[in-house]
Write a protein that binds this ligand. Structure first.
Ligand code: NAD
Ligand code: LMR
Length: 323
């Protein structure tokens, strides 16, 4: 057995937290040979609910769980953390865009970025789920001055998986046959799910579907899927979001065998402004995330990459005071 690792989950009594913790505890995130200590952060009014979650964790008698620390103190929650999942934040309601949450949620990531800087392991890997995830990630990493920006990521694997599922359905193929698609930019209504390089069963995706369907149905459906779920459920996606967060951390730590999508700090690849947190096609090996730099993009793609980049620059301007 390996030494236990410390995993911090914020917003642990919320919907995503509840859908996530039991799967992390059972080994789905880091493997069934990896013991874990769960450090669970909540705000004081949610501590009763969190105590209930902790009782349920205890009642599962998970062999991999070597400790559970429920707390409302960031310094306890982030102490020695090897993996941090920043979920705790307000979700949007019907009719809102995710960036409408910046004011309510942005400040959370200033304090938590600082606390991660001060208390977490020097090799910590951080995933931001709370919306607007890209810009909250930017706030967190800018407030963690002693850590590297590439230790901070934001979640777009949920969008990536939505795109795989929709393309598989349209082509009548199994999801495992879809390879190499990518979600670019912001986790918002401007994100760009790109199929130019994607294949289904080894054939170029764009030879299997009508371009009009791609432009007029596929792209908007992925961009609006979160809102569609809110309309149907009355609250935002939780189980699929938890699933994506677990997959993100698993691929980052244990490696990926195909291209996926993650929000990472731009270093100027594909002419995207340096420093913003932007979703790129990536693969992972030995704990490192590498951008797929091999894509040739046409004007249709480049235009869309720029639209979502502009939105991220506007979001960055709106929270300048938090950086
Ligand atoms: P929720 O309201 O059910 O749970 C959020 C929890 O966070 C609550 O228990 C709340 O008490 C807690 N919280 C609030 N402020 C906190 C703080 N400062 N520190 C610690 N905990 C805090 O919401 P949810 O459905 O679990 O969603 C959480 C966030 O994830 C939302 O912002 C939502 O929009 C976002 N989300 C992102 C994606 C994505 O793909 N990136 C997908 C789904 C949801
Ligand atoms: C999602 O994509 O499901 C989440 O970001 C929740 C939302 O606000 O859409």
């Amino acid at each position: 057995m390996k030494e236990p690792v410390r995993i911090t989950v914020t917003g642990a009594a919320g919907q995503i937290g509840y859908a996530m913790l039991f799967r992390i505890a059972s080994g789905e995130m880091l493997g069934i040979d990896q013991p874990v200590v769960l450090q669970l952060l909540e705000i004081p009014p949610a501590m009763d609910a969190l105590r209930g979650v902790v009782m349920e964790l205890q009642d599962c008698a998970f062999p991999l769980v070597r400790g559970v620390v429920p707390t409302s103190k960031p310094e306890e929650a982030f102490e020695g953390a090897d993996f941090v999942l920043l979920v705790g934040a307000r979700p949007r309601g019907p009719g809102m865009e995710r960036k409408d949450l910046l004011e309510a949620n942005g400040a959370i990531f200033t304090g938590q970025g600082k606390a991660i800087n001060d208390y977490a392991s020097r090799s910590v890997k951080v995933l931001v789920v709370g919306n607007p995830a890209n810009t909250n990630c930017l706030i967190a990493l800018q407030n963690a001055k002693d850590l590297q920006p590439d230790q901070f990521t934001s979640m777009t694997i949920l969008d990536h998986n939505r795109a795989i599922a929709l393309l598989a359905e349209q082509t009548g193929m199994h999801v495992a046959k879809v390879r190499n698609l990518a979600v670019w930019g912001n986790h918002s209504a401007t994100m760009f799910p790109e199929l130019l390089s994607a294949t289904v069963g080894g054939k170029p995706a764009l030879e299997l579907i009508e371009f009009d369907w791609y432009r007029d149905k596929f792209i908007p459906s992925i961009q609006q899927r979160g809102a569609e779920i809110i309309r149907a459920r009355g609250s935002s996606s939780a189980a699929s979001a938890a699933n994506a967060a677990i997959e993100h951390m698993r691929l980052w730590s244990l490696g990926s065998d195909s291209v996926t999508s993650m929000g990472i700090v731009s270093r100027g690849d594909y002419d995207i402004t340096e420093g913003i947190v932007y979703s790129f096609p990536v693969s992972c090996e030995a704990g490192k995330i590498e951008i797929d730099r091999s894509r040739s993009l046409d004007d249709f793609c480049v235009e869309r990459l720029q639209v979502t980049e502009r939105e991220l620059l506007e979001e960055r301007d709106a929270i300048k005071h938090l950086l």
